[in-house]
Design a binder for this molecule. Structure first.
Ligand SMILES: Cc1cc2nc3c(=O)[nH]c(=O)nc-3n(C[C@H](O)[C@H](O)[C@H](O)COP(=O)(O)OP(=O)(O)OC[C@H]3O[C@@H](n4cnc5c(N)ncnc54)[C@H](O)[C@@H]3O)c2cc1C
Length: 479
């Protein structure tokens, strides 16, 4: 796709929003040239910061009038290049729409603007006895608008469900600049489930400007434990054992030795550095019977070879464990300058096989791979470590990533559990879906995005591309 820098919307956008909320200098735009998928970079021609729905709609209409593509962006933590402005165009950054508009505990609903940071909502709910359940590990930075677009998951979505299970309604600016509301504060909206269609639409079906989210009552009790294993295989067998015993933990996360070393250096939790894997397991619910459930999980871990099971002694220790898990990605900076996180899914029973395959693939391409992931859902996050200053290393990372995702498909899984297709995984869509499947999806997108100006080049492969749309590393936009 060619760049659209030739159509300069800077001045009309400044007239619309004021000079402070329009960026168009190369040095300022460099911040927006990539998201957390650092391998591919595209610079927008201009970035704007609307503060309300009417401004978003006006920007969208202006783009339509001039045939200029536009892309919504939240915090830019997408790991799939979802927010990249392919070919340039206007980036609509929603982080200044960050008001929590209402918290209604009686109806168990909160109304938020799209730029509200996920963790900010739970901070506001502290002490109310309620929380917002979807908790991506990036929750300290990512926005609820971005979470809707990607249908984000997180450690506790094993038991509580992903974002779509917690969104009751949306206000949306359509691709041609109309404002519409889908669903709302009430449960069970009538008509087709358009909220469920937009959530997970990866920003290709409209710009979300307001969200009604369901609030969940806090569990009466929580028990958190750490299973320490000398072998990755044993740890993965324990996961199947726990779920197979009919227990659905609130969270069931795994970290392997590679990531443990970095996390321990960062947080000094006292993780055993000689362990090959640890499981972070949490059960919650009514106090009655919770200790028995915790003990049963611990027994299953021991029966599957855990050399030790530690219980978090108090809330402080529990929070420290979660801090270590949720900030594990931050600790990776101790291991390498750049990383690429994959997001495959396999049936839980295939975890031992896929982790063996990932080790082999890392060896084959001479790329160090560490693992920290939502093991209970079979949702893998192999993290490939590299240095982006070495182009040849990036090629090996891309080849290894492709092979890992191939292996997930061979195991009967999928190429994304929660990060989305974005730009990164377009070439896999033809492998996961038939031509007819993709045609129906494209017709749905075209109905809502008729001019193709909203988030072009994402989620669905270009018709006739035969699965060959590849990631193009590097800085391709004019800088
Ligand atoms: C360290 C780390 C840990 C992570 N852990 C998790 C995890 O546990 N679970 C998980 O699911 N993901 C995780 N992610 C990925 C990422 O945080 C999520 O995909 C998140 O939902 C993106 O939110 P964002 O605000 O950063 O959106 P962005 O990255 O800015 O955008 C993501 C997509 O949403 C679209 N979009 C953004 N805002 C809107 C809007 N208002 N309307 C329409 N479309 C919009 C964009 O166009 C883009 O396609 C992690 C990322 C990092 C870096």
């Amino acid at each position: 796709m060619s760049t659209v820098a030739a159509v300069n919307l800077s001045e009309p956008l400044r007239r619309l929003l004021g000079p402070d909320r329009v960026l168009d200098s190369h040095s300022e735009l460099a911040v927006y040239e990539c998201d957390a998928f650092v391998i591919e970079k595209h610079c927008p021609s201009v970035a704007v910061f609307p503060q309300n729905t009417a401004e978003v709609a006006a920007v969208v209409r202006l783009c339509n009038d001039h045939g200029v593509p536009f892309v919504p962006r939240g915090a830019g933590t997408s790991l799939a290049g979802g927010g990249l402005p392919v070919g340039g165009g206007v980036m609509i950054v929603l982080t200044r729409m960050r008001e929590i508009l209402d918290v209604n505990l009686r109806d168990r609903v909160a109304v938020v603007e799209p730029g509200v940071v996920n963790a900010a909502l739970n901070k506001r709910l502290t002490g109310t006895g309620f929380h917002y359940a979807p908790d991506p590990s990036s929750q300290g930075a990512c926005t609820i608008g971005g979470n809707c677009a990607t249908n984000a998951g997180g450690p506790h979505t094993l038991k509580y469900g992903v974002t779509v299970n917690h969104v009751l309604g949306l206000e949306l600016v359509t691709a041609d600049g109309e404002v519409m509301q889908l669903g709302g504060p009430a449960e069970d909206a009538s008509g087709p489930d358009l909220v469920g269609t937009i959530v997970g639409g990866e920003g290709t079906l409209g710009v979300v400007t307001k969200i009604w989210v369901r609030l969940t009552r806090n569990p009466q009790g929580v028990r958190t434990m750490l299973g320490v294993f000398d072998s990755v295989d044993d740890a993965t067998q324990a996961i199947s054992g726990i779920i197979g015993a009919g227990i659905i933990p609130a969270a069931l996360e795994m970290m392997d030795q590679g990531i443990l070393v970095a996390v321990e250096a960062a947080f000094h939790f006292g993780f055993p550095l000689d362990a090959e894997a640890i499981l972070l397991i949490e059960v919650d619910g009514l106090e009655v019977g919770l200790d028995q459930q915790r003990d049963r999980v611990a027994d299953i871990c021991r029966a599957n070879g855990a050399r030790e099971v530690r219980f978090a002694a108090d809330e402080r220790e529990r929070l420290q464990l979660w801090k270590a898990r949720k900030q594990a990605f931050g600790a990776i900076g101790r291991l390498s300058p750049s990383y690429c996180t994959q997001d495959g899914v396999v049936p839980r029973t295939k975890l031992p096989e896929i982790l063996r395959r990932i080790r082999e693939i890392g060896g084959k391409y001479d790329i160090k791979i560490v693992n920290v992931f939502h093991a209970g859902d079979g949702n893998l996050h192999p993290i490939l470590l590299f240095d982006e200053r070495h182009p040849e290393e990036i090629q090996r990372v891309l080849a290894a990533s492709g092979e890992i995702l191939d292996a997930c498909l061979e195991c009967g899984g999928s190429v994304t559990g929660e990060h989305g297709i974005g730009l990164e995984k377009l070439s896999f869509m033809n492998r996961m879906f038939t031509g007819d499947d993709l045609d129906v999806m494209a017709r749905l997108r075209d109905a809502l995005n008729p001019n193709g100006l909203l988030s072009p080049g994402k989620l669905l492969p270009t018709a006739g591309a035969c699965g060959m749309e590849q990631v193009h590393p590097g800085r391709r936009a004019p800088l």
